[in-house]
Design a protein around this ligand. Sequence first.
Ligand SMILES: *[C@@H]1O[C@H](CO)[C@@H](O)[C@H](O)[C@H]1NC(C)=O
Ligand SMILES: *[C@@H]1O[C@H](CO)[C@@H](O)[C@H](O)[C@H]1NC(C)=O
Ligand SMILES: *[C@@H]1O[C@H](CO)[C@@H](O)[C@H](O)[C@H]1NC(C)=O
Length: 207
Amino acid sequence: MKLVSHFYDMAPAFWLLLAITGTLAQYTNLPDVAPGLFNASARIEIDNTNIDAAWDALTDFANYPKWNPFVRSSIVVDAANVSLPVQRPVENAQLLLRVQIPALPLPVNENTPDNPLNTQLSYKNITHVQRDLGRLAWELYPNPLMVAERWQALSVNEYGQVLYESREVFSGTLAPVTRALYEKKLQESFQAQAEALKLWLQGGYRP
Ligand SMILES: *[C@@H]1O[C@H](CO)[C@@H](O)[C@H](O)[C@H]1NC(C)=O
Ligand SMILES: *[C@@H]1O[C@H](CO)[C@@H](O)[C@H](O)[C@H]1NC(C)=O
Ligand SMILES: *[C@@H]1O[C@H](CO)[C@@H](O)[C@H](O)[C@H]1NC(C)=O
């Protein structure tokens, strides 16, 4: 009792905030974005790596086939769909993605075949490449029927682990259909990529 009252004395504003919100918000390095109809997300802590290696893995598209069970191929192209000489994300360039929804079972490598029934192609605009903030984003190429922007974020937590987070919010006319068909499978895919990134980095990947 004495301890509790001591804390009340120490930090009244903190306890007031707790009382108002009813919960402690979880730390995130994902930006605030406009709400949509639904989202897919993932969050994972990774030991024995660092931000540089994690950033390198996420932006090294040529190596995606070696570890990524969701995005099997990601090609950076210019406005005329010509592939760029350096296959790293650049703001305002486009991405041609070949994805598996749901993701392939882990682990995968460059020889793992696609499941043709789950293969989809998708065309994106790279909107944010923010190395200093540890953030990357691309959105569905401007489409009147659906808005969907995928963010990925890296940060280091108080235990020195790399925190990887990803989230894509869906809205627009086609969002309800997408939700009915794909919400669960997209969620599984985001989770699978997070687990695969952890395996890849902890397996000793270094840029
Ligand atoms: C994502 O979906 C979850 C679960 O429905 C929800 O609690 C959260 O607010 C959503 N986040 C965003 C940014 O839309
Ligand atoms: C580039 O290719 C994608 C996928 O095939 C297509 O959706 C898009 O319209 C093409 N863009 C241009 C400018 O040709
Ligand atoms: C791509 O995204 C950037 C940043 O949001 C934006 O300025 C640009 O207009 C977009 N390009 C296209 C073709 O939509």
